[in-house]
Design a protein around this ligand. Structure first.
Ligand code: MG
Length: 241
């Protein structure tokens, strides 16, 4: 079934979500959720279960999601205990390395560097500042993103549009393209009236459901990988010509 493709507005600024867009996190954040739940319950949740929550929206915070999954398995633990265990597993504890080491960087070498010659690039993520800085310093120490909006910078996290409103104030009357991989990213963009582009990897679980939900929340296009950004730009050039 083909869907009517809306015309793309010419971009002035590119803003990226981090996890699932710039950083591959299946083996880091997603595995940390699984390990945290196992730590408290002795049971394993599947990645598919986690993706079902992500697709439903409202579960951008992995601490809250872990807490919920543990409760669903019949175990009552405090939220703070979940946060502490999650962070120990994710960041490591001095003797055991954290799962954050298993992240990989999705953009091909040169992709963002070339884009940055023409456009401002920024990040709007649900991560905390220190979690973002570790990954940027590791993979793109020489690339400047401005602004970087983290969970530390907003009163209301995604799906609220607050972070995008901050970015809009920095670039008045400019067209911002926001790239995200979850329903909460799409909702945030819709409520800020920012053009949104979904990213849904071909091997993501429940992909068809994700793609249709991203469209439902206003995604102008859904691409398989951020490395396809050049195709979107070609499309805007073709429509100008
Ligand atoms: Mg994400």
């Amino acid at each position: 079934m083909s869907r009517a493709q809306p015309l793309l507005p010419n971009p002035d600024v590119f803003i990226f979500d981090m996890d699932g867009v710039l950083a591959e996190v299946t083996a880091s954040y997603r595995e940390t959720i699984v390990s945290t739940v196992r730590h408290f319950t002795g049971r394993s949740v599947t990645n598919e279960t986690i993706q079902a929550f992500k697709n439903a929206g409202g579960w951008n915070n992995d601490w809250e999601l872990s807490h919920r999954l543990i409760a669903d398995l019949g175990h009552q633990v405090t939220y703070q205990a979940v946060v502490d265990a999650f962070n120990r597993i994710f960041l490591g504890d001095g003797s055991t390395p954290g799962l954050i080491d298993r992240e990989s960087w999705i953009p091909k070498p040169g992709l963002l560097e070339t884009l940055a010659e023409t456009y401002p690039l920024g990040i709007f993520t649900g991560r905390l500042r220190y979690e973002l800085d570790v990954t940027l310093a590791r993979f793109v120490p020489d690339l400047r993103f401005h602004p970087t909006i983290t969970a530390d910078d907003v009163v209301r996290p995604k799906p609220a549009p607050d972070g995008l409103h901050t970015i809009q104030r920095l670039f008045p009357r400019k067209t911002i393209w926001y790239f995200g991989d979850t329903v909460d990213d799409a909702r945030s963009a819709r409520d800020a009236s920012v053009p949104f582009f979904g990213v849904a990897s071909p091997d993501s679980l429940r992909r068809d459901e994700l793609v249709s939900r991203l469209h439902e929340y206003g995604a102008l296009r859904v691409i398989a990988n951020i490395n396809e950004i050049g195709c979107l730009l070609k499309e805007t050039e073709a429509s100008v010509a």
